[in-house]
Design a protein around this ligand. Structure first.
Ligand code: HEM
Length: 365
């Protein structure tokens, strides 16, 4: 009886142990089967560890991609070639950092000092005129001398008109966004700039032709002479009007204008050539230098031309008529260009077709 009771108790214990073992096996089995089912359903066959590994790899790949991106832009910004498929000089260079320097120079000192310089010259001319006034031609002799031939006058006005149009369009392109756009409004300025650009481009070559034809015949008369120093020391007679400083066919001031136009013109034309024909294969740094040289020489010549225009009109009575009709009064010639006047009186004037090239009796006054 006791034996049966013991064997019954042991049997219950064994069943309990077996049940517990099955339960553990079931839980373990389920815990493995369920994620596996999820993985199978989602296509993830590698499990959580794989997923972890994956995210680490992703991060590494991402930082590698980021590194590559950084390397790419560092090299591209450094001007390394091979970053563009376009064929031609320097076309493989995607970013040329010199452009930043060029923009800073253009939008900094050139606009600032160029603008201030032009305004200062304009203001100085007005001030000078208000203080000193026109150099008057008090008397006329009634006798005239040919100063400028028809060819010289036509070529002077042709070149001058082109210079003025190029100056206005050029200044519009350089200062437009700062000065004109706020005043005219963006759309009107865009329309004007769209017109100014082709005008500036197309008139460049006709201007160069005029400049060469105007400058070449005047080169001999513009060579410096010792008496030019006296003219300069006397301030051209503009301050003490009782004395006439010595001058040949052109005075020292006109010679300075001539040579500024000569050398400034060369810089302007050569730099303009680079800008007008970029397809000849210039590198960007060449174009940037050309642009800076073009802007500086252009502004300088415009500033000096303001002085020239003033002296040729309001500044000196009787001067403009020479460049319009070709004739100047002998008294004007004697006062402004005494050495030329004496020369013409002594040896005649090759330009004076009406009275021949022979000698003349100088005016008594
Ligand atoms: C409205 C504008 C202009 C006026 C009223 C003007 C007037 C004159 C006059 C009157 C002369 C003769 C001076 C004399 O007989 O001694 C002259 C000469 C000359 N002009 Fe002009 N001019 C103008 C624009 C220009 C421009 C834009 C240039 C340059 C592109 C220029 C270049 C010259 C040169 C090189 C001479 C010979 C040197 C001299 O006499 O100064 N002119 N001009």
């Amino acid at each position: 009886m006791v034996e049966r009771t013991q064997s019954g108790t042991e049997g219950r214990k064994q069943r309990k142990v077996r049940r517990a073992l099955w339960t553990v096996a079931l839980v373990l089995g389920l815990s493995m089967i369920l994620p596996l089912t999820g993985m199978l359903l989602t296509g993830d066959t590698t499990g959580q560890a794989v997923a972890q590994q994956q995210s680490q790899d992703d991060a590494a790949a991402l930082s590698k991609a980021e590194q590559q991106r950084r390397d790419f832009w560092r090299e591209a910004r450094g001007g390394t070639s091979g970053y563009s498929a376009v064929v031609g000089p320097e076309t493989g260079v995607l970013i040329q950092s010199g452009g930043d320097v060029w923009r800073a120079v253009r939008e900094g000192p050139i606009l600032r000092y160029g603008g201030i310089g032009l305004i200062a010259v304009f203001a100085a001319i007005i001030l000078f005129h208000l203080i000193a006034g026109t150099v008057k031609l008090e008397q006329r002799s009634g006798r005239t001398i040919t100063r400028w031939t028809l060819f010289e006058r036509v070529i002077h006005w042709y070149t001058a008109i082109l210079f003025i149009i190029l100056g206005i369009t050029g200044l519009s392109l350089l200062f437009g966004r700062t000065v004109l756009s706020p005043w005219m409004g963006k759309e009107a300025f865009a329309a004007w700039a769209g017109l100014a650009k082709p005008i500036h481009d197309w008139l460049a070559v006709p201007f160069v032709i005029g400049l060469v034809l105007m400058m070449l015949p005047w080169i001999k008369e513009s060579l410096p002479k010792a008496y030019d120093l006296t003219w300069l020391k006397m301030g051209g007679g503009y301050f003490d009007r009782s004395k006439h400083p010595p001058a040949g066919f052109v005075n020292a001031g006109e010679k300075i204008w001539y040579w500024l136009l000569f050398f400034g013109g060369i810089v302007l034309v050569v730099s303009g050539f680079y800008l007008l024909f970029p397809n000849f294969g210039w590198e960007r740094s060449t174009m940037q230098l050309a642009h800076i040289a073009h802007a500086i020489s252009g502004i300088a010549l415009i500033a000096f031309s303001l002085g020239h225009m003033y002296l040729g009109t309001l500044g000196n009575q009787g001067t403009l008529e020479g460049m319009v009709s070709g004739q100047v009064d002998e008294l004007w010639a004697k006062a402004h260009h005494n050495l030329w006047y004496e020369e013409v009186m002594k040896h005649g004037n090759p330009k004076d077709a009406s009275s021949g090239a022979g000698a003349r009796q100088p005016l008594a006054t």
